[in-house]
Design a protein around this ligand. Sequence first.
Ligand code: DX5
Ligand code: ZN
Length: 233
Amino acid sequence: MDFNLPVLAPSLLASDFLHLQDDIQACLDSGITWLHCDIMDGHFVPNISYGPAITKSIGEAAPEAFLDVHLMIEQPELYIDAFADAGADMITVHQEATRHLHRLIQQIRDAQVQPGVAINPATPVQVIEPILSEVDLVLVMSVNPGFGGQAFIPETLEKVKRLYTLREENDLGFLIEIDGGAGIENARAIVDAGTDVMVAGSSVFRGKGVTDISNTDQIISNNIQKLQTAMSG
Ligand code: DX5
Ligand code: ZN
């Protein structure tokens, strides 16, 4: 699938689960081509979100969109097939969540899904250097995973810059994604550092339904427009 990079990827964690289809449609109507699904198990992170069934419904509501599934779960090996069957185009696993990252990446590829690897704010880029040629995306967590609406950790941009340089030096093809605390105020710095995919949860869905539920689509569309303008500087 071709994208106009950098791409804005709404995280549905911040959407209204009672009106998930409407929120997805509002994103699509605003030109969104990439959707980010945050899967949390209450063990790898201190929160529980949703699993393969809801992910499948999200895919059905947006059959043309690229479905980017971010697994924040223990033993991700056990759930690759379930998320592949749910329609994931990409499955991103945390380096910290598995002992056998290389095998897990292969497992994702064998399931005909693009593999990505994620690193927490305290994890250095060095630990994933040996795997960079095997993945289609590297996700740099810019908050500690588990919750939406947290403050961006600016030091994580150094990791984006490092990945950008490593990609150039070694002629590799992975995309660089940043996840957590992205908004209008830091979008330009995020893109300038070398980010290809900017995940945004609260900054896409913020404000909706607060005053009048009927203007939800307009709020989402305004938020998306402002974020995209900020990204293009
Ligand atoms: C955090 C998730 C993020 C989160 C982003 O664990 O991986 O995708 O939903 O939300 P905001 O943009 O609100 O920080
Ligand atoms: Zn995420």
